[in-house]
Design a binder for this molecule. Structure first.
Ligand code: RB5
Length: 148
C-alpha cells in the first residue's frame, strides 16, 4: 500500500521508526519528514502535505505524528475527504478503519510509547472498512457536515 508519513519536531523520531516498520512490511512510503527533531516546525504543514497526498490519491493512507497528535488531527480534518483518527489504543485504530473509514492515523509521540505506537500503526494499516449499511449511512452524514 502507498502510505504518506509526516511528523513535526514533536513527532520525531517516532516517524523514523514507523517508516522503518512500514517499509519492512513492504509498503511504499512517501516521507514528508521531519528528519531533524531539533528544529521547531509546524504540525499544520505536515498535516497539509499528508492530507493532500490522500486527496490526490498519491497515498491510500496517511500517518501523522506530533507531540500529542491533537494538532495534527485537527489540521488534517480540515481537508475535504480526510478522516483523521487520533489513536492511543489498538481498538480505536482498527475501528476507525472498519466503521469510520478513516484514511489518516494520528499519533502523539509524547503520549504513546514507541512499541504501542508501532502496534497501532500495524493494526490501522491492516484493517479495512466493512462497508456495512449503517456505517455508510453515518459516513454520508459526515460528508454532509463537510459541506456546511
Ligand atoms: C509541538 O510542541 C506540539 O505543540 C505539537 O507537536 C503537537 O503536540 C500539537 O498538538
Amino acid at each position: 500500500m502507498r502510505i504518506a508519513v509526516g511528523a513535526d519536531h514533536g513527532g520525531y523520531p517516532l516517524n523514523e521508526r514507523v517508516i522503518e516498520e512500514l517499509r519492512t512490511a513492504g509498503h511504499e512510503i512517501t516521507d514528508f519528514g521531519t528528519h531533524d527533531g531539533s528544529i521547531s516546525d509546524d504540525y499544520s504543514d505536515y498535516a497539509r502535505e499528508v492530507g493532500q497526498a490522500i486527496q490526490r490519491n498519491a497515498a491510500g493512507l496517511g500517518i501523522l505524528i506530533c507531540g500529542s497528535g491533537v494538532g495534527a488531527s485537527v489540521a488534517a480534518n480540515k481537508l475535504k475527504g480526510v478522516r483523521a483518527a487520533l489513536c492511543g489504543d489498538t481498538y480505536s485504530a482498527h475501528q476507525s478503519r472498519e466503521h469510520d473509514d478513516c484514511n489518516i492515523l494520528c499519533l502523539g509521540a509524547r503520549v504513546t510509547g514507541v512499541e504501542l505506537a508501532v502496534e497501532i500503526v500495524r493494526v490501522f494499516v491492516a484493517a479495512r472498512f466493512t462497508g456495512e449499511e449503517r456505517h455508510r449511512r453515518r459516513l454520508k452524514k459526515v460528508l454532509e457536515i463537510e459541506r456546511l
